[in-house]
Design a protein around this ligand. Structure first.
Ligand SMILES: C[S@@+](CC[C@H](N)C(=O)[O-])C[C@H]1O[C@@H](n2cnc3c(N)ncnc32)[C@H](O)[C@@H]1O
Length: 256
């Protein structure tokens, strides 16, 4: 998995990391606590958990995969933050078998909603883990990005199938069980009782551009990162992003 601190990998993570870092900073100011309690559901090997711990926060990662948790432990140790990262085996469905309700300032749910049987229940659970005033960082696969990618690869029937399928799947061989539009994701967040603070499109161009253009052209990576950052903010590009990021905020208690 990628590391937001490494330049090439940052094409996949930079937009989300910037939004998340800003949300963490705002919670630090609002709570007056420098070390927040962060929950990363489906945090895997720590793409976001380890950088968050490097900022000084206490991060709990809940993930069903023992291999991911093992890699997380190793990565946290290498980054010198083993004392601030706790890995727990569990999943979004049985979240409160392993963590306390209402105990986290920021909850991450990145690249997980696609795989849970009931996405609405998954979002309700991660929201229920938040303290009053807490913030949800939700990242999930976008429908339009998948349709565009299949079409540009010449798989026109699969592109049409994804476009028309209620779960946004392009066929039997599709490894992703659910994809979402921005409207579907924001509705899930609002139905779980949060307000939508921001929506960003993630990886609008990165997955469509041949790697050789990025790796060999001087300055290309930096320019592409800037383009991604600009497009992420523009709602016109949400419908073609590979992933969509939604920041959910507890309503009426922003300073709590
Ligand atoms: C695509 S990876 C994303 C990892 C990390 N969140 C990131 O953004 O780099 C998906 C992760 O979700 C975990 N996962 C799969 N099903 C899950 C579930 N029902 N509840 C929680 N995590 C789950 C997997 O083990 C895997 O680590």
């Amino acid at each position: 998995m990628s590391d937001p601190m490494r330049p090439r990998a940052s094409l996949r993570t930079a937009v989300v990391w910037e939004v998340l870092k800003d949300a963490l900073d705002r919670r630090v100011k609002a709570t007056g606590r420098a070390a927040l309690d962060v929950l990363d559901t489906g945090g895997g090997s720590g793409n976001f958990a380890v950088p968050a711990a490097r900022l000084g926060h206490q991060v709990t990662v809940v993930d069903p995969s023992p291999n991911a948790l093992f890699a997380l432990e190793r990565r946290a140790a290498e980054a010198g933050v083993a004392d601030r990262v706790r890995g727990v085996q569990g999943d979004a469905h049985g979240l409160f078998d392993v963590v306390e309700r209402g105990s986290y300032d920021v909850v991450l749910c990145h690249g997980v909603l696609e795989y849970v049987d009931d996405p609405a229940e998954g979002v309700r659970n991660v929201v229920a883990a938040l303290r009053p005033g807490g913030v949800l960082s939700l990242l999930a696969a976008g429908l339009g990005g998948a349709v565009l990618a299949r079409a540009l690869a010449g798989h026109f029937k699969e592109a049409k199938q994804a476009l028309e399928d209620p779960d946004g799947r392009w066929g039997e061989g599709d490894p992703v069980p659910h994809r979402f539009t921005a409207e579907q994701l924001t509705a899930l967040v609002e139905d779980a009782g949060l307000g939508v603070g921001a929506v960003h499109g993630v990886r609008v161009f990165a997955d469509l551009v041949p790697g050789v253009l990025v790796d060999t052209e001087p300055g290309a990576l930096e320019a592409l990162l800037k383009l991604e950052a600009a497009a992420a903010e523009n709602p016109a590009f949400h419908s073609v992003a590979t992933q969509l990021h939604v920041l959910g905020e507890t309503q009426g208690t922003a300073g709590a």
